[in-house]
Design a protein around this ligand. Structure first.
Ligand SMILES: C=CC1=C(C)c2cc3[nH]c(cc4nc(cc5[nH]c(cc1n2)c(C)c5CCC(=O)O)C(CCC(=O)O)=C4C)c(C)c3C=C
Ligand SMILES: [Fe+2]
Ligand SMILES: [Fe+2]
Length: 326
């Protein structure tokens, strides 16, 4: 009987519909928007709005948006996440480290439970949990932890585990983002402004102690410093507002509308909070916001893709994981 500890990696991202249809989007949004970490309103108030208005009316509209960005192999977020899983697994193997890598999603399949079962079947009794959110937020990272804790409640013999809380200022992450911008500017030409657009959260969450906004600003400062940009050459904004209460500001769409009038005619946009391209980058940023900017008098608009499975991103993931081996 060997009692050697075997370590495995649990990569986690948000999840995505299984198909670009109203039915699949409704199932996905239903699970996502029932999470108390995402919407913290009392259920007596929220459930009638969710079931009576949001799910029936938003699902068909959002399904059309998913149709516009869907890839042959599936939803971009899922396709890219699988590539990241394969890339990290190959990089570990090449380094002579025998460590299974499983992929779990907060909402939908493969669930975090499915991924944990895979790791258990591989004999893992020590887990490194890597939520693919560079900036910590209660709505994303803490929700991953909740799912993990719920799973652990069912185990008699708990595995050892490490939880990577955030990596918003990790050197490899900052360098990978800066390299992406530099490569893009070399290929497409430099623009007046680099706009770093982050998924927003309700302002109330920040007031209650969520460090997400501060971490986003820190990431921007570090990327700008790495690129040697002057203060007027970059800006931070927040996108993907949901619901009526104020979210973190300035908003990306309002900024896009104002920029050409302020003399900024060309802009490059990067979305550092998204480790994988998804609806919110490929549709909202690469399409919707481009239209807003160009209609307001902009002349050139470039979306710089997420880090996805870039070799520099996989190297950074490898470093994050290997730091937890000591
Ligand atoms: C990158 C980090 C993310 C944070 C922080 C976040 C907070 C947050 N999101 C919503 C509501 C929605 N988000 C939706 C899509 C979506 N969100 C993230 C990431 C973060 N969300 C990703 C990667 C995606 C894309 C998924 C995909 O399938 O491509 C959606 C669904 C689309 C829509 O209906 O518009 C909603 C809704 C809230 C309320 C919130 C913080 C409280
Ligand atoms: Fe409900
Ligand atoms: Fe979101």
């Amino acid at each position: 009987m060997g009692n050697k500890v075997k370590t495995g990696v649990l990569l986690v991202n948000l999840g995505t519909p299984t198909a670009p249809t109203a039915k699949a989007v409704k199932t996905f949004l239903g699970q996502f928007l029932h999470d108390h970490r995402v919407v913290d309103l009392p259920r007596m108030l929220w459930c009638p709005v969710l079931h009576g208005v949001i799910l029936p009316f938003r699902s068909p509209k959002v399904a059309k948006l998913y149709q516009s960005i869907w890839w042959e192999e599936g939803s971009p977020l899922m396709v890219v996440s699988r590539r990241q899983q394969a890339g990290l697994s190959a990089a570990l193997q090449e380094a002579g480290i025998n460590m299974p890598v499983a992929l779990g999603m907060s909402y939908g399949e493969p669930s975090i439970g499915t991924a944990w079962q895979e790791l258990k079947d591989a004999g893992v009794d020590r887990v490194i949990i890597l939520p693919m959110y560079p900036q910590y937020s209660v709505s994303t990272t803490a929700s991953v932890f909740d799912s993990w804790a719920r799973l652990m409640k069912q185990e008699r013999c708990l595995p050892a585990f490490r939880f990577i809380r955030d990596y918003h200022d990790h050197r490899g992450y900052i360098q990978a983002l800066a390299e992406s911008v530099r490569d893009h500017w070399e290929a497409e030409g430099r623009t007046d402004l680099l706009l770093l657009s982050y998924h927003g959260i309700p302002k109330r969450f920040e007031d209650q102690g969520d460090p997400y906004g501060h971490q986003c600003h820190r990431t921007s400062e570090l990327v700008a410093a790495e690129l040697g940009l002057e203060r007027h050459e970059w800006r931070t904004t927040f996108q993907s507002r949901f619901g009526r209460e104020p979210w973190l500001q300035p908003y990306t769409d309002e900024t896009m509308k104002a920029l050409p009038g302020e003399g900024t005619k060309s802009v490059s946009v990067i979305c550092p909070a998204f480790s994988a391209d998804c609806l919110e980058t490929l549709e909202e940023i690469a399409e919707q916001n481009k239209e807003i900017f160009m209609e307001a008098g902009g002349e050139a608009y470039h979306y710089i893709p997420a880090l996805n499975d870039n070799p520099a991103h996989i190297r950074m993931m490898m470093d994050l994981v290997c730091r937890e081996l000591v």
